[in-house]
Design a protein around this ligand. Sequence first.
Ligand code: NDP
Length: 452
Amino acid sequence: MTEDYDYDLFVIGAGSGGVRAARMAASRGKKVAIAEERYLGGTCVNVGCVPKKLFVYASQFPEQFYSSQGFGWSQESHPTFNWATLRDNKTSEIERLNDIYQSLIDNSGADLFDGRATVQDPNSVVVNGTSYSAKIILIATGGWPFIPEFPGSKYAISSNEMFFLDELPATAVVVGGGYIAVEFAGILNGLGVDTHLVYRGDKLLKSFDREMSQKIAAGMQEKGVKLLLNTQITSIENDADVFNVRTNHGNTVKSDLVLYATGRTANTSGLGLENTKIELRKDGSVPVDGNFCTAEPSIYALGDVIDRVQLTPVAIQEAMVLVDHLYGLGEAQIDYNNIPTAVFCQPELGTVGLSEEAAMKTYTDIAVYTSEFKPMLQTLGGGNDRITMKLVVDKASDRVVGCHMVGEHAAEIIQGMAIAIKAGATKADFDATVGIHPSAAEEFVTMREPSR
Ligand code: NDP
């Protein structure tokens, strides 16, 4: 017991941000509780980043089988794919990670409650019928897939269900133009599903560099995804277990599965926040100040539920900053600029800093360096993949303000580049760096002449 409260900190939600906050606060000697109604590790571990990446790996094997032939390999028989094996092996791996999360929480000394927690008042939480008082309550309940309502929307599934399908469909329609839509379109297509990607706008991944987005659209089509841009779904009808997916252009696509990847909204409904001064935004997210404090001084929130940047590493960093603010020196800061990110579509995107379009609005004069080439694997392996790289430079300071890549290993390469960008590297620093040969990444330090 601490002061007059059962807990110093009561965390609602054991996802990436919540668990990190609970463990760090406990390691500072605080009495901590964490409640989770669903699964330990949250979206990222259970129905997001981790299982998605495993599916991406699975979907890339056909290209690798194909490439291997030019290097002298031959397969005695045509490789076949078993969806149930992938799905169940993935689930076993996720269960292993759930256990690790359980141990991490147990070893930290925090109390874990298996149940839905609701806020009773600014200093108490009810879970499994018992009320606990807490000096600080942290809302870390994450987000949930959003599917718009329209005729037949009940037939659409979200990314949550994609990880547990009984069978891999023969045909699929994926709706949306963001991270999840392009990633799942690539996975399905790679696994041999006849895949349509339907997006209402004219540019996939609209918040990213336009040229990179165009390369991704072209690369996805090259690999077999049927892309329908500027297209809205008007209805879905169920016709003997095949869905007739009708578009605003009067077309009908027949499909075994319709995946809606149309964004994620804050997971705040039924949380009891009406018992506090907190007023949710229209989209359901929780407004917080620079220290993650809500309108209620004893309630904090972080991660996807505050709808700033919906990325696991951001939630984890927010948790560390918050714990330092509450129980440490209060010196830790989070900088939302230059957050590197990757989209595991195929071809893959890695990016940090400003897009060319954003840099043009921010700086008076920029130089843009680009390079496009064939990956070395394809010299013998065949295939039509390309790698595109771009550096955006503020001419006045010579600082590299944007770094983008589409192609193999983009995520791995951009993570390293992000340190340079974060440290304020100039184009001269890039030029003075010796390349690693032969690699694709060396191109980032050998681009001498601006393209524009
Ligand atoms: P996004 O916000 O990235 O994309 C949502 C897409 O759905 C947009 O293209 C949007 O169109 C479209 N859309 C929204 N409403 C409708 C509608 N009513 N009808 C048709 N289309 C609609 O969300 P995601 O669901 O893809 O992902 C959620 C978040 O999860 C991401 O923003 C990202 O932060 C995170 N994430 C990160 C990953 C990673 O790091 N690799 C992987 C997966 C998710 P429009 O553009 O026109 O608004």
